[in-house]
Design a protein around this ligand. Sequence first.
Ligand code: PQQ
Length: 252
Amino acid sequence: SDVTEPMSPEALETRLREIGEARYHHRHPFQLALQGGELDRCQVRAWALNRYYYQAMIPIKDATLMARLDDPDWRREWRTRLVDHDGEAPGEGGIERWLKLTDGLGLDREMVRSTRAILPTTRFAVEAYTHFVRDRTLLEAIASSLTELFSPKVIGTRVSGMLEHYDFVSEETLDYFRPRLTQAPHDAERALAYVREHALRADQQQAVLEALVFKCDVLWTMLDALQHAYVEGHRPPGAWDGESGLIAGATP
Ligand code: PQQ
């Protein structure tokens, strides 16, 4: 229900956590299949290939957000997110570690980095996130990162499930996720502190709740696209064919 009277920061946080419990991608059928060992190697590869685009765009999203922060203390804090993903030197950072995952699954690096074989829905969902952060208020932009409050739990379940069920993944190939278990809680706590401090009016609190719903929808939609294309078998033209090439069809 809509926020009509301002809530306490505690009550706002409770509402945010309820949204995460109900709408975060830990409930998505594709996530359940991934962690439950129900996917084949091709479907796991499709997940890693598509999710690469999210990883690649996160630092661009965070650079856009940082450019709007007029407080040097907050910019300094937000900067660590860029370093986490881009590293301090070539060969380091989260994007590089994601490529180790796609390497480990036997995907061609050039194909992955080009993003040309990802699903159109993946592209649209990730772009919607970056545009949201660019176009909405700074408060909404920061609130949209709050899904990270819920990521350590889903990452833990995903990693242990994948290690248990798939002989084609190892701890080394899933190395991407290890630092996230400390980075994500830290980042989410800071974003939550910002939101609790700045969302004081009812309309601001409503906007914050809607920003989190929006972001849950981004993540959910990315998994819907994988389910449709690679579990139910409705691959759109131009999407990765499950082996090495693309479906026959015109590419730009
Ligand atoms: N979310 C952000 C963000 O919104 O700024 C950055 C990240 C996430 C990551 O770097 C992640 O690795 C990540 N991973 C998961 C996951 O594996 O389930 C979820 C999320 C998230 O909740 O948005 C992120």
